[in-house]
Design a protein around this ligand. Sequence first.
Ligand code: G3I
Length: 385
Amino acid sequence: MNKTSIFLTLIVISALSLFFISCKEKKDNPDNMMNLPPLKEQFGEYFDIGNIFNPGDMSGGRINNQRLTRHYNILTAENDMKPHRLNPSRGTFNFITADNMVNSAISSGFKVLGHTLLWHSQIPQWQVNLRTDNTSKENALNQMREYITRIVTHFKGRVYAWDVLNEVFPDDRFFEDTNWREVMRAGPQGNPWYIKIGADFVYEGFLAARLADPDAILYYNDFNLNNPGKALMVHNMVRDVNAQYAQDYPGAGLLIQGIGMQSHHNITVSAKSIRDSLELFEPLGVLIAISELDVLSQSYGDFSRIPYTPPTEQGKTRAADLYGEYFEVFLEYADIIERVTFWGVYDEQSWRSRGLPLIFEGRVRSKAKPAYFNIIEALEVFQAK
Ligand code: G3I
């Protein structure tokens, strides 16, 4: 045997071993997420399936995390496109990491959501200062326009949609006669743009984003939108801002085109409460994104209690069942839901990991939890109708 044939024989033996190992892996681990049919294909007919990504998920200009590339077709940067990262000080923009992430995602076939422009959290000091300094309203308005224009223009054509405004309503109870303009986050931790400019900043902020990128879908994004009072505030704000835009720009369509329902849920959140909010939002004619889905396997009270008590078996089963029930509702509203994005792939990686909130578990090899199978069952039942 000459050197070439020895080399070729070794290659064939290695390839066969790899093949047998992978077959054994499949047979032994049918619930390993890498053996399961891609979620993005299973739900492809109805909506995109997204997840979050971080700088560690890319190398060589591609997304190197196979758990992401297998199952998801849309990505949101978990932290790297937030105001404090993109614009650390006034006039200084830092696009290096975000550019790498966005370009890698696009090269690997993903759509990318821009998250987020106007927020009260994870903001740079110059935006924090606006809460209390003596910048005039007019000056703040110009600063906001400049800031939005610069960032949105930079990512134009690469980011398919933006969370323009994030979490502007606190979690209080609101009623039919509450004016949305008066109840946004103010005070020491409030939204600096609201504090300085007043409720008009919503219209102006969305308008600046629209002018900078006429093709991006512009979203309002918030959590606990299954809470009827909070959902009502969002509904009324979107209705009024879009009415003003229709008056100012007749025939130009909607200014706020989508509502992102973050959906950081727990076992006390019923599928009915989510359906009710979807029913409320539907007449607005906007798209809906389930934008940050995770479900604690316990109540929020238990999750935050000190000392901490881990989820019970009953809690885990309830969360798994709820995932199935939520997806029944999402499928029912598939005509208006454009994306379901999970806030993490597997429990150990989640920002709320101790509450076991995701549909996969296992840091090294992630396997499907009962929640995954309930989601697939919801899909099969829906398709059989
Ligand atoms: O970058 C620092 C690092 O230098 C330091 O060593 C480390 C020590 O704790 O902290 C790191 O920053 C953390 C950052 O995530 C990056 O890992 C922050 O402490 C931590 O608070 C931050 O949490 C993020 C959280 O937003 C902040 O509000 C979560 O990762 C992120 O998942 C979460 O995402 C938000 C959405 O954007 C909006 N909806 C709610 C959701 C949860 O708050």
